[in-house]
Design a protein around this ligand. Sequence first.
Ligand code: GSH
Length: 86
Amino acid sequence: MRLYRCKTPTDRLCPCGRVARELKVAGLDFETDRVPLSAKPAHRQVIIELTGQPKVPVLVEDDGTATHDSRRIIERIRQLSGGEGS
Ligand SMILES: N[C@@H](CCC(=O)N[C@@H](CS)C(=O)NCC(=O)O)C(=O)O
């Protein structure tokens, strides 16, 4: 799976980092794609195409399922890792 996230260089400061931490704790393999700021919508075209909105984090599973909003992504990670909500 692939995590689209912002350029904040730590996992401690923002929703993207929160999701990255959760993926690591769950032990799920993922690739990271850091996207530029959404101030220029063209920079987030791939995100808009995937989710209809410009914000990251966005998690794309291997079957193409895309989830946005960190709270929803964290619920999904817990389902995928067999935890709460599965
Ligand atoms: N409620 C959203 C907030 C997402 C959010 O604000 N993401 C930031 C990056 S951490 C963003 O895309 N900001 C706009 C930008 O980077 O231009 C969530 O929890 O996922």
